[in-house]
Ligand binder design. Sequence first.
Ligand code: SAM
Ligand code: SF4
Length: 313
Amino acid sequence: MKDAFGREIRYLRVSVTDRCNLRCRYCMPAAGVPDKGHGNILSFERIAEIVAAATELGVSKVRLTGGEPLVRRGIVDLVRTLAAPGTLRDLAMTTNGTLLADLARPLKDAGLMRLNISLDSLDPDTYRAVTRGGDLALAKRGLRAALDCGFPVKLNAVLQRGVNEREIPDLVDLTRDLPVELRFIELMPMNGDCAGDAFLPGSAVLDAVPALRPLEGDGKARRFALPGAAGTVGLIEPASRPFCAACDRLRLTADGKLKPCLLDSREIPLEGLHGDELTAALRDAILAKPAAHGALSFTGQSPAGRPMNRIGG
Ligand code: SAM
Ligand code: SF4
């Protein structure tokens, strides 16, 4: 179905939990998820019902995210349930990868098609600092397992001035041998404990690695590659090059609200809605998509109304 600005909405991001085993500074409050956030998490049956209704309206791509989707018990069963009807052209997941070593194969067998793995740093101390305690070795093991299982993999690295800025060339070097798309993401103000002076524009990647050659973009990311490399490099630049005109997505939060736009506080509750009423709420959310998000500012409230772990990145 098309939104009010003629954009075909094909993509639903489903957050399966607000919880996470890491505490990235730009995403989660240091104290983690408040207790009252644990209550109304959608059941797998309810997620499947909402995905089926969205499919009827033309959604053909679903990404499971969170929080950390792999901390939700039974996640492999949810993947199997969503894959079973065969109506999804794409079923993907975004994960920090730290629990992936044991789960990559079961996820693949259950029907998961693609993985995005977050990896901001190749230095164990920097990784630990950014994630507030994470173990880089676990994330690397998860990445290895994903590649060994044959998953197409994208790596997500949030650009942070003075944190992973000096590692940009090392991160890009990963693409020489690994068949991955490494995507540098501009930092967004999402209520995490991350100040605006950490913002680094996507263009910093091109300054740091002049050997990158442009490829055709995909409407959302500018894309590049090193000559002869196995992988590619993408720039996701919501602040300096907003890609709203190509936005084709809706978000479903773990507590059952539709978010028409990541960077807008509007939410449409689905509680108690089934059948035609559920379809109508999905239509409302599609038609409520703004033409574009406002300018991003690190001062004052986040435009999103929730921290990232409570939306689903
Ligand atoms: N836990 C999983 C992970 O880290 O990949 C999935 C959820 S996480 C919210 C999804 C993506 O959002 C991650 O790649 C993360 O780096 C990104 N993200 C979180 N907060 C962000 C922020 N403030 N600005 C830009 N990207 C952010
Ligand atoms: Fe957890 Fe992902 Fe947020 Fe990091 S970015 S705290 S791994 S949900």
